[in-house]
Design a binder for this molecule. Structure first.
Ligand code: SP5
Ligand code: ZN
Length: 341
């Protein structure tokens, strides 16, 4: 399978994130993508390509132009104030406060995010933009007839919604790729999100739609981030009802538990009759992941790839989370090699 990758991801390297009440070094760091790329090379998964540039139009098919404009120019405004540290929001509109967009950069940071987990730095926009182009390039390759493609995206995307960032995510790479497929004449796309965290952004984007089926297997939001989405009773809205399937699982879930949810999700996808599958590939389900609580082991990712391949659908793998940096490459590439086998 061909991998799409850009070195631009390195331009996004923030200093700190909040974890357990403490500011600590970001878990979402450049070495993550380096390790995955290294394993792609080591295993001879296939050729590696630079992304093409599809511009902003396919990004704005998913995200609001105001939001895209905000991320694109945020650092310029921030540094014009003499600030040189990471951009982080500090206030959000809760229940009963009308979500009006303020003028001030600090207010706008809150308005365009849902947590303080998506810092912006000097080089972030270039990395974010290239990450979306990596997804679009892999999508183009797949739609030209390949059976599989790997978008080695960084930063990840599945927590980002139409007009908000959060959870290390800015632009929703998987959603942008899905929409591009539809815009190029595909009628149905299924998304399978196997990241440990619920793909709240992707769910939100397609919640009222029937042309994109969203399925997500993740830590139960009662106990896990993103805390406010991912419940099993979130099944879609309006005509989209029945096109959203969440599989919240308890802490400690291992392959025997996790794979049952996968089998059910795959049944839903098979019944939907998708033309393409997009896998939001997070490997933070790994037992040694520093911020997650599932118990998958490295060989389980081979079984995951094999089961997904059983659908027989042309599949785009989009890199999402995974923070056990030493094993992130082995685990992610295990899914890919088993899919191709
Ligand atoms: C793409 C992706 O994997 N984003 C994950 C963002 C997670 N950010 C918050 C991590 C919080 C860790 N502490 C969880 C304790 C649960 N009670
Ligand atoms: Zn995650």
């Amino acid at each position: 399978m061909r991998t799409f990758y850009s070195d631009d991801h390195r331009l996004h390297h923030a200093n700190a994130e909040l974890n357990n009440g403490q500011l600590m070094p970001c878990f979402e760091k450049p070495s993550r993508a380096d390790m995955v790329l290294e394993q792609v090379k080591r295993t001879g998964l296939g050729p590696i390509s630079e992304p093409l540039d599809f511009g902003l139009a396919p990004i704005k098919r998913i995200h609001s132009p105001e939001f895209v404009d905000f991320i694109q120019h945020a650092w310029q405004r921030w540094s014009a104030l003499g600030r040189s540290h990471d951009m982080l929001p500090l206030a959000w509109p809760p229940r009963r406060m009308p979500p009006r967009c303020p003028d001030d950069i600090d207010g706008q940071l809150g308005y365009y995010s849902f947590d303080a987990g998506a810092p912006l730095t000097a080089g972030s926009w270039q990395a974010i933009y290239s990450s979306a182009q990596v997804a679009l390039s892999a999508q183009t390759h797949l739609c030209a007839g390949a059976q599989s493609a790997f978008a080695l995206c960084r930063p990840p995307g599945h927590h980002a919604g139409i007009d908000y960032m959060g959870g290390y995510c800015y632009l929703n790479n998987a959603a942008i790729a899905a929409q591009a497929m539809l815009d190029q004449g595909t009628s149905k796309v299924a998304i399978l999100d196997v990241d440990f965290h619920h793909g709240n952004g992707t769910q939100d984007i397609f919640y009222q739609r029937t042309d994109v089926l969203f399925t997500s297997i993740h830590g139960d939001p009662r106990n896990e981030y993103p805390c406010f989405a991912g419940y099993a009773d979130e099944r879609g809205e309006g005509t989209g009802l029945g096109y959203n399937h969440n599989y919240p699982l308890p802490a400690g879930s291992d392959w025997s538990v996790w794979s049952q949810a996968l089998r059910d999700a795959l049944r839903q996808i098979a019944g939907f009759g998708a033309d393409y599958l997009i896998v939001s590939l997070g490997v933070d389900t790994y037992m040694a992941d520093p911020i997650s609580s599932f118990k998958l082991d490295s060989p389980d990712y081979l079984k995951m790839g094999e089961l997904i391949a059983g659908l027989g659908l042309p599949t785009l793998f989009v890199m999402e989370g995974g923070y056990a940096v030493d094993e992130i490459g082995i685990n992610a590439v295990n899914v890919l090699t088993a899919f191709d086998a």
